[in-house]
Design a protein around this ligand. Structure first.
Ligand code: NOJ
Ligand code: CA
Length: 727
């Protein structure tokens, strides 16, 4: 009987009515420069709202805040139950935690600091905001909720905080109800709200067209997992009819499910849509705790959006005491030949393998195994000769015969090399030549198996001198029913990062959740894929323009291991692959500047680079860590031109990429310090075209000063790179 009381309260709370009267303002906040203002309000039903404007023009209309909770158990009831477990019963309806609130108080604060990232687009980042902390109380339930708002010159961040010492202790989220009510119908660049992959090409439509576009174009194009038919992923880049660039994402995603957005096209409004767990619930929390930040960046130009560091600023400072072992990496890989189909990860073609029983030394090799001693040595020689730091080798370890889509739990042990890969000798050979080997851990999404072997796998890396790992999460998650972006998986990725830090290992995780700026706190997270990368050039090709949207969206939370540098576009003539690399050599060079990452790959093979050594020189020269970055021209999914100054040497580089259209830009060199420079310009040749003439480029040299202007033309699907040498 006692248990019925909270249940009844829950039913009552869920029935809160929502009045038509507009919410009443209770608190205001302005950005440090005064251009952005936000308002916090409550309506008559006690529902919290926030709104955002820029120079008096609405960006977000009053937008609802709060949650529907599920299976909430009061602390005193937990004690009574004496079981210490949350009661998960479908009989408990959603408990409204988005109304019935009263304002218990507000606090304000201001903050201004400059911090220095371990690696990044610049060596110093300003973190400057005004803060409003709203304390809410639900008198009927005695529950408390705080909402912390931070308003920067480049946007808003806010998060929910559940204070300790209240009646809400262990609770489950049924749905987060955070709304982003755009003041107008906006152009949006979006990918569908899949729970398991971000590997999509982007759509550009109005918000009001998303649902229709979904029905027409996206159906049947998703992975096997369910998702809403009008959900989109963040970071979502939008442009208002007034030409403001508005971007919605999240920062510091820790111990919480990843947030997608449900689109209400009619109202051009978006609502949080969390990734469910295997039972459909959306977050198991214990107060005191907090959600990730919800972010709304506002920029007057596309170049300002690219320069925004709001997502990084909302993350906690570096949690690692010693970062001396973390460093940027320029690497090559025994990789593209497998992706393109010229080689294989697996050593044999056997099936029905039980890893603990199969005798690889007695098995018949398939003759296509790329990660063999002789081949790896040729890559080490080439990478060392051309000044690279590292070499990735995939397919070095047993288990690849049945790695994907077999639902095998014990698919890899992450420790035993194939018979033709001498891990000891190859590491010794590489180290002698100044090259580190990059470890590869494809988990095939068998998470329990990976965690079971993680300590031994990282220890093996320490033993042989590997200091970076590329991990991968291809296929459905095991345990079954969980999604790549569920809270449980978010905690797994986090566990790998912190365990790796303990072993002084840098992590580059593919197919993991898209980043949310956690690299500020854990700078050993030097890369993620989490989007459609170069591999898709071998899986059917990528539309030009894709690389001009990623810096607005996917890179908003952290760097991408995009793996650029493909010089041989014709895969058919090379290895019979029907796909085609939709880019020019000039376009591939531009990516090393436009697509920021401290981890940059030269993804093509030594044989292909050997035919274009003069263009390859740009990849050899270009830096991977920067003290300054300038975005000169940009428009989402159309073009990006950037200039960056290398950390340490002070050398400037410039680069650009374009979509399927040819474009000419005047590059004003006023970013250079006073003096004379030799500019080496690696441009598309006049007759270059990504489809018909991708390898046509022209390399010219010219003496310049900060007053000079260099006009550069990019071919359709092309781009350029420029290096500057001080004279
Ligand atoms: C997908 C990754 O993105 C790719 O880089 C890797 O080679 C394969 N999985 C195999 O792990
Ligand atoms: Ca991938």
């Amino acid at each position: 009987m006692k248990r019925l009381i909270p249940l009844l309260a829950a039913v009552l709370l869920a029935a809160c009515s929502h009045p038509v009267a507009p919410p009443q303002p209770r608190a205001e906040l302005a950005s440090p420069d005064g251009a952005l203002r936000m308002e916090f309000s409550l309506d008559e039903a006690g529902t919290p709202f926030y709104s955002l404007s820029r120079q008096g023009t609405a960006v977000l209309l009053p937008s609802r805040l709060g949650f529907a909770l599920r299976g909430t158990v009061k602390a005193e009831q937990l004690a009574e139950d004496n079981a210490g477990r949350i009661i998960k019963s479908d009989a408990v309806p959603g408990i409204a935690f988005d109304c019935g609130f009263e304002l218990a108080g507000t606090d304000t604060d201001a903050f201004d600091e400059v911090w220095e990232p371990v690696w990044g687009e610049e060596s110093r980042i300003r973190n400057h905001y005004n803060e409003l902390l709203v304390h809410l109380r639900q008198p009927d339930s005695g529950r408390l909720l705080d909402i912390r708002f931070r308003l920067f010159d480049d946007g808003l961040g806010f998060r929910y905080e559940f204070p300790g010492g209240q009646s809400l202790v262990h609770f489950v989220i049924q749905e987060e109800l955070t709304e982003f009510a755009m003041a107008d119908d906006c152009t949006a660049w979006w990918i569908p709200g899949d729970y398991d992959t971000q590997e999509y090409e982007y759509n550009r439509t109005l918000l009001s067209e998303v649902a229709e576009h979904f029905q027409d174009k996206m159906r049947g194009n998703s992975s096997q997992t369910p998702f809403s038919t009008s959900g989109v992923q963040t970071s979502l880049q939008m442009k208002t009819p007034d030409g403001l660039y508005v971007n919605i994402h999240e920062a510091a995603l820790v111990d919480y499910p990843c947030m997608h957005l449900l689109v209400d096209g009619e109202k051009h409004s978006l609502r949080a849509w969390l990734t469910p767990d295997a039972e459909g619930w959306k977050g198991n929390l214990t107060a005191p705790c907090k959600t990730p930040w919800r972010t709304v960046q506002v920029a007057v130009s596309a170049t300002d959006q690219l320069a925004s560091r709001l997502v990084l600023n909302l993350n906690e400072p570096c949690a690692l005491e010693d970062v001396s072992w973390i460093h940027p990496v320029k690497y090559m890989g025994v990789w593209w030949e497998m992706i393109a189909g010229a080689g294989s990860w697996a050593y044999t073609d056997a099936v029905g393998i039980h890893l603990d029983e199969f005798d690889y030394t007695a098995a018949t090799p398939n003759g296509r195994h790329s990660a063999n001693n002789a081949r790896v040595r040729t890559y080490i020689d080439f990478a060392a000769e051309h000044g690279f730091d590292a070499l990735l080798i995939e397919g070095w370890n047993i288990g690849w015969e049945e790695w994907a889509n077999c639902n095998k739990d014990y698919v890899f042990d992450f420790q035993t090399p194939y018979p033709d890969f001498d891990i000891d000798a190859l590491n010794a050979y590489a180290h002698k030549k100044g090259i580190r080997l990059v470890m590869h851990h494809e988990t095939s999404s068998s998470i329990r198996n990976y965690e079971r072997h993680l300590e031994a796998a990282y220890s093996l890396m320490n033993r042989y001198g590997y200091d970076a790992v590329k991990s991968g999460y291809v296929g459905d998650i095991l345990p079954q029913g969980l999604h790549h972006y569920s809270q449980w998986m978010i905690n797994h990725y986090q566990y790998c990062i912190t365990e790796a830090a303990r072993h002084h290992i840098m992590v580059n995780a593919h197919e993991a959740v898209r980043p949310t700026g956690l690299c500020r706190t854990y700078p050993n997270l030097i890369g993620n894929e989490s989007a459609m990368g170069t591999e898709y050039q071998a899986f059917g090709g990528i539309t030009p323009g894709h690389t001009a949207i990623l810096p607005f969206t996917r890179l908003n939370g952290g760097p991408m291991d995009y793996t650029p540098g493909i010089f041989e576009q014709n895969l058919k003539d090379w290895c019979g692959n029907d796909s085609y690399v939709n880019s020019t050599i000039g376009g591939q060079l531009g990516l090393y500047v436009t697509m920021y990452s401290p981890l940059q790959m030269a993804a093509d093979t030594p044989a292909h680079y050997s035919r274009f050594m003069d263009a390859f020189q740009f990849i050899k020269d270009v830096a991977v860590d920067w003290s300054e970055s300038r975005y000169l021209y940009a428009e989402p999914m159309e073009y990006i031109v950037a200039a960056r100054k290398a950390k340490g040497t002070g050398q400037w580089f410039c680069g650009g990429v374009t979509d399927g259209q040819a474009r000419t830009f005047e590059i004003r060199l006023d970013f250079l310090e006073p003096g004379s420079y030799e500019a080496t310009i690696y441009a598309d040749a006049p007759d270059a075209h990504f489809k018909t003439n991708p390898q046509a480029y022209a390399i010219t040299k010219q003496n310049v000063t900060p007053d000079s202007v260099i006009p550069v033309t990019m071919a359709p699907g092309g781009g350029f790179g420029i290096s500057f040498r001080k004279l």
